[in-house]
Design a protein around this ligand. Structure first.
Ligand code: SF4
Length: 329
């Protein structure tokens, strides 16, 4: 059996992708790990690289582009419990893998049949392959014995009997598998889940989708501070000094920065399409004042800056309920 072929493996750095890499290597393939990254699912890249080095595989890192956001707005197979479009997301990753692999490369993943309810069922595997234009062309070595024949088995590139038969969530067999594959000792574990599966994050992503404001720049802001929707504007309010500094550094030309200067105060970033209406600006100032140390005062002056220049000071009453505007579960 010919065995110098390159396999392009979706390499998250999770244990399943590590096992898949080692198994394919032991079968004589040259493995290229392809790590897809995005602000929604970010792992410690240095740990992923360390893992790839430990395994002796080449690593390619691909950043999800604008096309990921387009997919996220209206996924063909819909969302899971939150705003996670798992089937479309996996298909997206496979398409990226295909771009890296070209026509000749073998495509593989470390997916396990039945491990995840939405994207790792047999029918989901079929949908993912169809959407990615890779029907029967995705090798899943961890469950290969249990899955329909792929083109690689048909063409004699891989022997089904050499693949594993893992199914479900249980990890009982993993220690034995790791030992047999020669994967002993501590492996670096790059932590990091997917924010699209978190209810509190999903609320904020949905809000951006509804207001047609889903850009990577806006997504990065979602990781910081408290978020408020005031009409067409979005207000982000820092919760500590570090967040205040980061939020201020995210500010673009048209954004407004709001803060109370007579008492310790959070920084608020108000992002609008066009000039904010007076009522919106006053509400935003009221929210910033509400989270400042001057919140018990009858009237609080809130400074409004644009591009580093003070443009006005608004006097507001901070004692109102911010819940109406808050983006939270
Ligand atoms: S959990 Fe997140 S990263 Fe994983 S497939 Fe679903 S949407 Fe994609």
């Amino acid at each position: 059996m010919e065995r110098e072929k390159k396999v392009y493996l979706l390499f998250s750095g999770g244990l399943d992708s590590v096992i898949a890499a080692k198994l394919l290597q032991n079968l004589g393939f040259q493995v290229v790990g392809v790590h897809i990254t995005s602000p929604f699912f970010e792992k410690d890249l240095s740990k992923v690289k360390e893992l790839a080095d430990r395994l002796g595989i080449e690593l390619k890192v691909v950043e999800a582009g604008e096309d990921y956001l387009e997919m996220l707005k209206s996924p063909v197979y819909g969302y899971g419990k939150n705003v996670n479009p798992c089937i479309d997301c996996k298909a997206y990753m496979l398409k990226k893998l295909k771009e890296v692999a070209g026509e000749e490369g073998i495509i593989a993943t470390g997916e396990v049949l039945g491990q995840r309810p939405m994207s790792q069922r047999l029918d989901a595997f079929r949908s993912i392959e169809k959407l990615a234009g890779l029907r029967g062309r995705v090798l899943r070595p961890l469950s290969g014995k249990l899955l329909p024949e792929t083109v690689y088995e048909r063409e004699g590139v891989v022997d089904k009997r050499e693949l594993l038969d893992l199914r479900g969530r249980s990890r009982k067999r993993y220690p034995e598998i790791l030992r047999k594959l020669g994967l002993s000792g501590e492996l670096p574990t790059p932590a990091g889940g997917c924010l699209l599966t978190e209810p509190s994050f999903a609320v904020k992503v949905k809000d951006l989708i509804e207001h047609d404001q889903l850009t990577w720049e806006n997504v990065k802001l979602l990781k910081l501070g408290r978020h408020f929707r005031i009409g067409k504007c979005k207000l982000v309010v820092g919760r500590n000094r570090e967040e205040n500094e980061k939020i201020a550094s995210f500010s673009k030309d048209k954004d407004l920065i709001l803060k109370v200067e007579v008492a310790p105060s959070p920084v608020g970033l108000l992002r609008c399409e066009g000039e904010p209406e007076r009522g919106v600006l006053e509400t935003a100032a009221g929210i910033v004042a509400r989270y400042s140390d001057a919140k018990r005062e009858k009237e609080v002056p809130v400074s409004v800056y644009r591009s580093g220049k003070l443009i006005e000071v608004i006097k507001v009453q901070p004692n109102f309920n911010t819940d109406k505007y808050a983006l939270k579960v």
